[in-house]
Design a protein around this ligand. Structure first.
Ligand code: NZQ
Ligand code: ZN
Length: 400
């Protein structure tokens, strides 16, 4: 087991009606003037935003608000938020929404705390993060895990680059997790969220380390729970227990716990998917589903035992005659079957993209930071990235 640190400072308030406590929670966290950040329309239309405003008023807090955060949140909105926070003397940020709103909030928090910085420098890793306004979250979609994670991902419209950065300073002070707030989600978003949750554990699971039994066991249980409940939500979107399991899995999957001792994880699929999200504005979870099978088939021979363990412990596929490669492939197929069962894409065409060779080259060029880096524990270079995108684009001959 590799050395690790674990820091999870986020207070979790989970369950029905918990969002009504938001004003008191901000007061306890020391906030006075609140910047309420939200997305396109769902929080307003469901009445959640009004309930949040009422709770803030009851707690004696003043607030300003800024909506309009889009999925794959944009840098221009971050600049707008920074300006408003500075102008209004805000001392607390409340994100009401999903990963996009929370990520935008984190970027705004970093920007306000460092007036000398252009916030994009944090995302190009050319400047260190030195502070962040305190942030709380009322989560409306179980997916990104941003409510407990140290990361945020922003898209710069100039070049359509989607880039992430990490800092414990951006971790939320509290996360309000009320599964009922997710009832209004379109089914597509619910299931994209389930894929993302699954992938946050899988990215940490598919590494080249042998002994991490506690974390493996927790990860396998989490993956099974997500697979089981994602299927239930296909036919029962109002099933509270299924929503609750998925919501808690979302936070646990990305708060660091599932990565203890794994050396940090692989994250190649996330890197490949971020280029798709930045360039084509596709939903993050769907992009992951569309790329995963191609990535897995491309790399599994480097560690067939690990892929076979996944097949056996998550899907109950027997490892007959210790044939790890055969078992590994059966596990990859089982996960793709699961994706199909929740109507998620398993290649780029199903994701709705028709890509030419030059489109793919551009994606690989960007993902490899102009051919200057490799990604993941299997050290994929630009050529490998191009091949994986090609395979996901239907060119299966590259697998032979
Ligand atoms: O904007 P509104 O109208 O709210 O609609 C949103 C949006 O269209 C809708 N939605 C959210 N809650 C709803 C709802 N619709 C009805 N009822 C509700 N209760 O769902 C759509 C997606 O929302 P979004 O916030 O984009 O979803 P998600 O949580 O999946 O976040 C995706 C973003 O997070 C990043 C992704 O790359 C992507 O940009 N990630 C952030 C991570 C992190 N910070 O740790 C890790 C992840 O790997 C991921 O990269
Ligand atoms: Zn993700």
């Amino acid at each position: 087991m590799r050395n690790f640190g674990l820091y999870i400072p986020t207070r979790v308030v989970f369950g029905k009606d918990t969002h009504l406590q938001v004003g008191e929670l901000i007061k306890e966290s020391g906030g006075h003037k609140v910047f309420v950040h939200y997305g396109g329309k769902s929080a307003r239309e469901s009445g959640l935003l009004d309930q949040v405003f009422d709770s803030l008023t009851e707690a004696g807090l003043s607030y300003v608000s800024l909506g309009g955060v889009r999925p794959n949140p944009r840098l221009s909105k971050v600049y707008e938020g920074i300006d408003l926070c500075k102008k209004e003397g805000v001392d607390f940020i409340l994100a009401v929404g999903g990963g996009s709103v929370i990520d935008s909030s984190k970027a705004i928090g970093y920007g306000v705390a460092d007036p000398e910085a252009d916030v994009w420098e944090f995302y190009t890793h050319t400047r260190e993060i030195h502070g962040c306004l305190p942030i709380g979250a009322v989560l409306t979609i179980a997916a990104a895990g941003s409510e407990m994670s140290d990361s945020s991902v922003i898209t710069n419209e100039d070049g359509w680059l989607k880039r992430g950065c990490h800092s414990d300073l951006g971790r939320c002070r509290f996360a309000i997790l009320n599964p009922r707030l997710t009832y209004t989600l379109p089914q597509y978003q619910t299931e994209c969220g389930c894929v993302d949750i699954l992938m946050h554990t899988m990215e940490r699971y598919f590494v080249n380390i042998e002994t991490m039994e506690i974390v493996d066991g927790m990860s396998e249980a989490l993956m099974q729970t997500v697979i089981y409940n994602a299927r239930i939500l296909m036919s029962e979107p109002g099933n509270y227990n299924a929503r609750a399991e998925i919501m808690w899995a979302g936070s646990l999957s990305h708060n660091g716990l599932m990565g203890c001792g794994t050396g940090g994880g692989d994250w190649a699929c996330h890197q490949l998917a971020h280029e798709l999200g930045g360039r084509y504005d596709v939903t993050h979870g769907a992009a992951l589903a569309a790329i995963w099978g191609s990535w897995a088939r491309y790399v599994y021979k480097a560690n067939p035992e690990r892929f076979a363990q996944f097949a056996t412990n998550v899907f109950g596929i027997a490892c007959d005659g210790m044939d790890f490669e055969k078992t590994a492939l059966a596990g990859i197929e089982a996960l793709e079957d699961f994706f199909r069962s929740i109507e998620m894409p398993t290649d780029l065409k199903e994701l709705g993209l028709e890509l030419s060779d030059s489109d793919i080259r551009e994606l690989a060029f960007k993902c490899s930071y102009e051919d200057t880096r490799t990604i993941g524990v299997f050290r994929l270079n630009m050529k490998d990235m191009e091949r994986i995108y090609q395979i996901a684009n239907g060119n299966k001959s590259l697998l032979t």
